[in-house]
Write a protein that binds this ligand. Sequence first.
Ligand code: 13P
Ligand code: SF4
Length: 392
Amino acid sequence: MLDVTSTWVEPSSTATALLLLGRGSDPATERGVECPGELPAPSDPDLVARATAAKAALGEKVFVLGHHYQRDEVIQFADVTGDSFKLAREAAARPDAEYIVFCGVHFMAESADILTSDAQKVILPDLAAGCSMADMAVLSQVETAWETLAELGVAAGTVPVTYMNSSADIKGFVGRNGGVVCTSSNAERALTWAFERGERVLFLPDQHLGRNTAVLEMGFDLADCVLYDPHKPGGGLTPEQLRDARMILWRGHCSVHGRFTLDSVDEVRERVPGVNVLVHPECRHEVVTAADQVGSTEYIIKTIEAAPAGSAWAIGTELNLVRRLANANPDKQIMFLDRAVCYCSTMNRIDLPHLVWALEELVAGRVPNQITVDPATAEHARTALDQMLALP
Ligand code: 13P
Ligand code: SF4
């Protein structure tokens, strides 16, 4: 059996520093959404017993969803695990669960609220669990971009497509303007649908998923893609660039997947001969181009499960998932693509104390941290989400 621990790297102080940085710098924290009420101490030896008891007391009334990037201490209480798309569908498929406790980030809980009935309440155990990528596209900025396209006379031929990792406001904008939501597993199908309806796409908010899908999966040229910077007038682009573009990529990225570099790929190939490099499409274009395989979180899991014993894999995605895959596949050599490992700091805000607190509040008859999307936004966002569900 291969020694997995020899290639496994625990979080470095850099990662810890990033974690701490994330706690203080997130827009959600700045909006003053610290967890209300008494949080149990992380050192409380009864946390597992308390979560178990609270969940048992709630019975069928509660359904706990856990994103693949969540900590093990939280995942052990998830009724189902999955990527953001699968979890939203799972929430929608549980009409009898009065409370959906979403162990993930804010945009995922919003999508669950949109897809569930009015009688169901979606709870995010820590309201400060946002997503830095989703925060990079703000509705007012996107409306300004759309006005610029309208002034140039090209908005009518442009179809907006947003990644699931965006706020309900952005999904609502996309729904109002004839577009579609996509995930990392159906981005190619969503873009094909969009190009049947327009000559160009405004892709929000992840430039990398947009570029990687258009260029590597659909045969577009890098020159067909332009990068729209919401902090510059006209996106920092000339009218000709905007008119000629096939893909207008929003200048957004994931702070976790954006850390992987071409050097990470070169370094691991040198260190581990024969290694397979498997990355998420939120990684930079040069990283995805140099990798052996690219795919969504679910694709990464399936690929590792199906891999032959003895094979070696360097995985470019979030640390909690890679570590769980390493533990579940001791006959394979699983390593993180970059030694300067990094958790998603916002995903990690959901820890066992927050989960225990949320469940015990529900047992006490109080609904903590409910996520609600206003009805008008929800209606348009649902149009864009339903369009995604209807993709051929
Ligand atoms: P998926 O959940 O669609 O795999 O996306 C990855 C991610 O970054 C989630 O925040
Ligand atoms: Fe957002 Fe990236 Fe974290 Fe996913 S991994 S929640 S995209 S910051």
